[in-house]
Design a protein around this ligand. Structure first.
Ligand code: TEU
Length: 553
């Protein structure tokens, strides 16, 4: 390796440690068929746009046949494509064309529950002695007619995680919607059948899986009541049991039978990094796991510092590789989240309007310069905020419509989505799509879109940003600072999480001791033309990446 770029890893690292992932929520990405719902063909026709942006891997949220009670997270057939999204042939074409462009493709795998319309459940519900009865979690009624335990269902915390099935006289478990019965992974046939679904897609060439609520596939067989301190908390407080780790190891072995470093990222919705980190096992369970405390962290330097420290404390001893996510299809977009929490803290609307995009830009720098694999959520590269969804357009039982608004592609009337009598996008479009659309931002080098592109380009060209060690640096209050890499090629990143300008360089600023002489600006969140010597000054909610001068190492 050339001496001026040796701040990175010495050995080749697996692709999923170097890659930047981009989550596609197919319903809302791009609509080739013109029915108001995005589809696989829409994704295929935009692959070059994703290559232009600079991402390396796509994660596709579910596109399988489904009655859509949870918009595809209720799967009726694990081995097919819902006609709404296309066909297996469209999927194959999409993967082939993605691979031809060097893009990897991982898909969602939903192992904890099926749809009530899955043939396995239809059979299970047909009789207490049906072949598939034991594939789900059934319990007899209690003498007082209450559900078998006190677990509550996600999305409606006042409702039990159980539904009484009149025809066969038993309750069935569903950690989510009534239409999403939990599979019984204690039944060996379930494990075998779910393994077969993995093989089906691996044989079709996918590079891996995002495993939905994967911590829940193991359950304490006694199904004990949730303790009082967890009352009213859905599945996240439950089901962190040893058998799940055995099941993850079996999945890992299956993935390793295939060539090409197939991988799994676990959606382990346990809300501490400590608990999540155990799902990496000893390098023999999930390759990656989402780090939810970071996704839920506010725009505050002290909180981020703590989150980064905790991530290193929990993951480093295991040799586990971190992930970073700011937005996904289940939570308000980070721009909206930061705005709302600022408003709650008393920020006036004019200030929020001024700071909002700046925060989103600086957050992009944070996401793409931390040590670990970043996952972008479609639309954050346009700086999108959540859509306002009027009551008569609400469709999601979990209240998550706002972050799932369709992606605006151009400045035309429908912004890339059908318009007219009786046709239109399945959800309202996000705000400001006259300017926050892809075509407009593509034409504007100062746009958020170009910032993401510059960031990803810089990340790929700078080994220290991908592989380099992360060292937190001292910084003024409200500023997060860290160094990436140790030797030549090392970088420093400052993120001003306050609404005021700050002066950051100075003693303790990680080798950038003298303002103006410590390094060269590689990228700034608020200036597309930034470059030259770093002055140590940062604008409000601005972030900067600086190449540390070798003589000052
Ligand atoms: O999410 C699991 C999950 O933990 C979240 O739904 C969580 O309860 C919610 O975000 C709290 O706001 C996965 C999928 O990402 C989600 O879309 C599905 O609805 C869910 O599983 C069921 O499959």
């Amino acid at each position: 390796m050339a001496p001026d770029v040796d701040a990175g890893a010495a050995d080749p690292v697996p692709w999923w440690q170097e890659a930047v992932f981009y989550q596609i929520y197919p319903r809302s990405f791009a609509d080739a068929s013109g029915d108001g719902v995005g589809d696989l063909e829409g994704i295929r026709t935009h692959l070059d746009d994703l290559v232009w942006l600079g991402v390396d891997a796509l994660w596709l949220s579910p596109f399988f046949p489904s009655p859509m009670a949870d918009f595809g997270y209720d799967v009726a057939d694990y081995c097919d494509v819902d006609p709404l999204f296309g066909s297996l042939a469209t999927f194959d074409a999409l993967v082939a064309e993605a691979h031809a462009r060097g893009l990897r493709v991982i898909i969602d795998w939903v192992p904890n529950h099926t749809s009530i319309e899955h043939p396995w459940f239809l059979d299970a519900a047909s009789s207490p002695t049906a072949e598939h009865r034991s594939w789900y979690v059934w319990r007899d009624p209690t003498p007082d007619g209450r559900p078998p335990n006190n677990w509550v269902a996600a999305f409606d915390l006042s409702a039990p995680a159980w539904t009484f099935h009149e025809p066969t006289g038993q309750w069935y478990l569903h950690l989510f919607e009534e239409a999403q019965p939990d599979l019984n992974w204690d039944e060996p046939a379930v494990e075998a059948a779910m393994h077969a679904t993995l093989r089906f897609w691996l044989d079709r060439g996918v590079d891996g899986f995002r495993a939905d609520v994967v911590h829940a596939i193991g359950k304490d067989p006694a199904l004990p009541d949730d303790p009082p301190e967890h009352a009213g908390i859905p599945h996240c407080a439950l089901n962190d049991v040893p058998v799940t780790h055995e099941r993850l190891r079996a999945i890992r072995r299956l993935l390793e039978e295939y060539p090409g470093e197939r991988m799994m990222v676990g959606e382990v919705y346990l809300l501490t990094t400590e608990a999540i980190s155990t799902y990496y096992g000893d390098g023999d369970e999930a390759h990656l796991a989402f780090n939810f405390p970071a996704l839920l962290a506010p725009w505050r330097a002290d909180r981020w510092r703590a989150c980064i420290e905790e991530t290193a404390r929990c993951l480093d001893p295991r040799g586990a590789w971190p992930t970073w996510v700011l937005s996904n299809h289940d939570n308000p977009r980070h721009r909206t989240r930061y705005d709302r929490s600022a408003a709650r803290a008393g920020e006036d609307p004019a200030t929020t309007a001024r700071r909002s995009e700046a925060r989103a830009r600086a957050a992009a720098v944070l996401l793409c310069t931390l040590r670990g694999t970043p996952f972008l959520y479609q639309g954050e590269e346009l700086g999108l905020a959540d859509a306002e969804v009027p009551a008569d357009r609400v469709v999601d039982p979990g209240g998550r419509d706002g972050c799932r608004a369709p992606l605006p592609w151009d400045a035309g009337e429908g912004h890339g989505w059908p318009t007219g009598d009786g046709v239109g996008p399945w959800l309202p479009l996000p705000p400001e799509c006259g300017t926050r659309n892809r075509a407009a931002q593509r034409d504007d080098p100062a746009s958020v879109l170009h910032l993401y592109r510059r960031l990803l380009g810089l990340r790929h060209a700078t080994p220290a940003l991908t592989h380099g060690a992360l060292t937190l640096l001292e910084a003024p209050e409200g500023v997060l600072a860290y160094r990436r890499g140790d030797g030549p090629g090392a970088c420093a990143v400052w993120i001003n999480m306050t609404g005021d300008p700050v002066e950051v360089a100075g003693p303790g600023a990680g080798g950038v001791a003298v303002p103006g002489a410590g390094g060269t600006v590689l990228l700034a969140s608020d200036d597309p033309d930034a470059g030259g010597p770093f002055t140590g000054r940062l604008g409000p909610d601005a972030a900067v990446v600086v190449q540390i001068q070798t003589s000052l190492q």
